[in-house]
Design a binder for this molecule. Structure first.
Ligand code: HEC
Length: 172
């Protein structure tokens, strides 16, 4: 029931757009952005811990097998980015724009500044457990009203998508 309450409150606060979090997050240009997760709704998040079993959740990395160590991220791989765009066109752009504007889900502009590659990889390969635990995703869910579906991405597809998102964010 607490959830409903949080839902209603956040809906009011973030009514403007799904990227409602963009005010708090986009300004945060370091890619290791923790501070914003402490912002709006922190009381509720603390209380939700009991029900959401998010005690050990790492909001920078998300939950899954990918870490900063096992992902190789360097200069932009344009070929890989092009592959990522092809996957996005089939599986993602019905819900995500490449700008900062929301469609069904948040726009992708700036997502690689808001999120680390490992977080993105963990999330897009298996969204459900993270939607249940990640405070920022819960805020988005409350605004978008739709859960990001599991698109059964292969690891290579996910990696290519990250490259495409980096390219979209101006990485060269
Ligand atoms: C049916 C609509 C839908 C589809 C298709 C979809 N998403 Fe999402 N996505 C969402 C929603 C809604 C959210 C916000 C979180 C939530 O509510 O689950 C989201 C959140 C995200 C985020 C986090 C954005 C942020 O700013 O933190 C990323 C990254 C993402 N999606 C990537 C993808 C990728 C990659 C694909 C294609 C493989 C994809 N999405 C397909 C609806 C969708």
């Amino acid at each position: 029931m607490k959830y409903i309450h949080f839902f209603a409150a956040s809906l009011l606060i973030f009514l403007l757009s799904c990227g409602g979090n963009k005010e708090t997050t986009i300004t945060d240009n370091t890619s290791n952005s923790t501070p914003h997760t402490e912002n709006a709704g922190n009381d509720e998040n603390k209380e939700d811990k009991k029900s959401g079993s998010s005690e050990n959740y790492d909001p920078k990395r998300g939950e899954g097998k990918f870490t900063d160590e096992n992902l190789k991220i360097g200069a932009l791989d344009a070929t890989l980015a092009t592959k990522g765009k092809e996957v996005a066109d089939v599986k993602c752009t019905s819900c995500h724009k490449l700008t900062d504007e929301r469609l069904v889900g948040p726009g992708w502009k700036g997502v690689t500044q808001r999120r680390k590659p490992a977080w993105i990889m963990n999330f897009i390969t298996n969204p459900d457990p993270m939607i249940d635990k990640d405070p920022e995703l819960q805020k988005q869910l409350e605004i978008c009203l739709v859960r990001m579906p599991n698109q059964s991405l292969a690891e290579e597809e996910a990696r290519a998508l990250v490259e495409f998102m980096r390219q979209n964010d101006g990485v060269k």
